[in-house]
Design a protein around this ligand. Structure first.
Ligand code: SF4
Length: 325
């Protein structure tokens, strides 16, 4: 295993690639081999994306009452969770939150809404465009949107108000997706990703590990993201929410989580791989190690339906690791 990690790691550092079979072999790493794999992934991160950690923040501008049945999601109307549902927030509140997150150190601000997707004639879409216009005037933040499936017309309007990046997760491997979502298809999600790319916006597309998928399916998922050539890859680690279909799911072992972050870096050496939700709960004291295992971005502040830790603690962790914000 040690020789394989070093051989593949050096090949990627010299511009080569990792094959599917090698990824499967590396996924068998255990114990100190995971540490070596992580260290090589850190080298790859350093070479291709440097030592700067990119910080994103989000606001859930509309929460809950979603028609879809994503098994992990506290916002699905198919589940009975304690999530605080609300209709679209005041535009003023969204702009204030963006200003606050910029002061806290965030570089990107993402407006997220629940639901399958938006169309140009959606009542809330005009408010979203207004919020982005005002945030662009008031801050230097890069603007991101996460509004579900998109039409071409809606994508163009978002681009026109200054949105540079669109987040739309595939969530998991195509072969596992039907176990997790039955109300829409993987292809619908991929279609939105293609619309966003064709519009010239950056694509932020990742998912969740620990949903019950196999290790091979995690690798399948990473290779799909490679094929789609997405720009940023947010990876959540399942934090099972009471009342969802996955509430009783056994959490992944923290070292397994780190191994997968390292594998994603090997498969996607030049992409922005971000910590999204679930890192505090699943990695606990090992959170810093992810940044040494190939992660180069983080979602900070609150997540969609759960709270993150204080941004100051994340900034301290980044500085302690000798990385930059
Ligand atoms: S993940 Fe999105 S589409 Fe799926 S249930 Fe949650 S809010 Fe709805």
């Amino acid at each position: 295993m040690m020789n394989l990690i070093l051989e593949v790691g050096n090949r990627i550092l010299e511009g080569g690639e990792l094959s599917w079979e090698e990824a499967l072999q590396l996924s068998q790493a255990q114990g100190s081999d995971i540490q070596l794999l992580s260290a090589m992934a850190g080298k790859v991160r350093e070479k291709y994306v440097g030592d700067k950690v990119d910080l994103c923040s989000i606001i859930s501008a509309r929460t809950g009452k979603c028609s879809e049945d994503c098994a992990f999601c506290a916002q699905s109307a198919h589940h009975h969770t304690n999530v605080k549902q609300h209709d679209f927030l005041d535009v003023e509140a969204i702009v204030s939150r963006a200003v606050e997150m910029e002061k806290a150190g965030a570089h990107h601000f993402d407006i997220v809404i629940s639901g399958l997707g938006v169309r140009e004639d959606d009542a809330d879409f005009a408010k979203i465009l207004e919020a982005f216009t005002r945030i662009k005037a008031a801050t230097k933040l890069d603007l991101c949107a996460c509004l579900g499936t998109l039409t071409e017309g809606a994508a163009r309007k978002l681009k026109d108000v200054g949105v540079t990046r669109y987040n739309h997760n595939l969530e998991t491997a195509k072969s596992f997706f039907p176990e997790i979502v039955t109300t829409h298809s993987y292809e619908e999600r991929v279609k939105t990703i293609r619309i966003v790319k064709a519009m010239g916006m950056e694509v932020c597309c990742g998912g969740i590990i620990g949903l019950g998928e196999t290790q091979e399916q995690r690798i399948e998922f990473a290779f799909t993201l490679k094929e789609l050539d997405v720009d940023a890859v947010p990876i959540n680690v399942l934090n099972p929410i009471k009342g969802t279909r996955l509430e009783g799911t056994q959490p992944l072992n923290p070292m397994e989580v780190l191994k997968n972050f390292a594998l994603f870096r090997f498969i996607l050496p030049k992409k922005n791989i971000r910590y999204a939700g679930g890192r505090e709960v699943n990695l606990r004291d090992l959170q810093a190690l992810g940044l040494m295992a190939g992660v180069n971005g983080m979602l900070v502040g609150s997540y969609l339906t759960t709270s993150g830790r204080d941004v100051k603690e994340d900034l301290q962790m980044i500085r302690d690791l000798g990385l930059r914000v």
